[in-house]
Ligand binder design. Structure first.
Ligand code: 9WO
Length: 245
């Protein structure tokens, strides 16, 4: 997959992408990210990328011209173009899966008080929000999208860390995890994980996932695929702590 990021801080985006599993995916060539400096497309002699808002008000608005020129210079057939913005539809794992199936994305990172609406109308028909909060710019949101999408690309995760058995694929929150030592400051690892009975371990993990989901995100239980055993277990929890869920 190819991702083009339009930003006034290309070095910030490049630096963040060098680390961790995403950095490894880039090295392996499973993914390419091209950071495009919007300022390189500015036409006025000061290379400004923003100006005062018509109608008055606080702050500055990003100019349409450098964004539209940067977009047109880097457009590809079939490329999905997305503006990261709190106005957009919310990013979910389902949206991430959909984006991971694309050949090429172009992401626009806004700054200041926003982007001239005409640049969005002309080049970025789609808007995506990573959550209901305001950032100083769209770069960190773009990094979230790139991170979430890249780990779904074939070969990015090893078979060990495969994206299969985890939260949002089971529809439940993840069960608690433990590693060595067996006792840490008086706290023991649950006995069931030490006895090598994998059927029992699988059941225990499933039940922990159900318990945590019921406590913290009960609304997920309505859509998670649950079998008869799961429902029976949830019923026993209901009898133990009817106040929750
Ligand atoms: C700031 C502001 C101040 C006064 C009046 C209106 C205003 N709007 C904004 C604003 O939305 N600023 C944005 C900052 C402009 C575009 C980039 N910025 C941004 C993107 N903040 N938060 C995001 C974002 C992107 C994706 N998901 C969540 C948040």
């Amino acid at each position: 997959m190819r991702i083009k990021v339009l930003t006034i801080f290309p070095d910030m985006v490049r630096a963040a992408l060098g680390e961790s599993i995403v950095g490894r995916a880039l090295e392996k060539g499973l993914l390419t990210v091209e950071c495009i400096d919007i300022r390189a497309y500015a036409q006025n002699k000061h290379k400004n990328t923003d100006d005062y808002p018509f109608g008055g008000g606080a702050g500055m608005v990003m100019l349409a011209q450098p964004i539209v020129d940067a977009c047109e210079a880097n457009a590809e057939a079939g490329q999905r173009r997305i503006y990261l913005s709190p106005r957009g539809r919310t990013l979910t794992q389902k949206v991430v899966e959909e984006l991971a199936g694309e050949e090429e994305l172009m992401l626009l990172c806004g700054h200041y008080e926003g982007v001239d609406e005409r640049a969005l109308e002309m080049c970025f028909p789609e808007e995506l929000s990573i959550g209901d909060y305001v950032l100083t710019g769209g770069e960190t949101a773009a990094l979230v999208v790139i991170d979430a999408v890249s780990r779904l690309l074939p070969g990015v995760l090893g078979s060990e860390e495969s994206a299969e058995d985890e939260s949002f694929t089971t529809g439940l929150l993840e069960y608690p995890q433990y590693t060595r030592p067996r006792e840490f400051r008086g706290r023991e690892v649950p006995e069931v994980l030490l006895n090598g009975n994998h059927a029992l371990i699988g059941r225990w993990r499933r039940e922990q996932a159900l318990r945590l989901t019921r406590e913290r995100r009960p609304e997920l239980l309505a859509t998670a695929p649950l079998d008869k055993k799961d429902r029976l277990f949830l019923k026993t929890l209901e009898e133990e702590a009817p106040e929750e869920g």
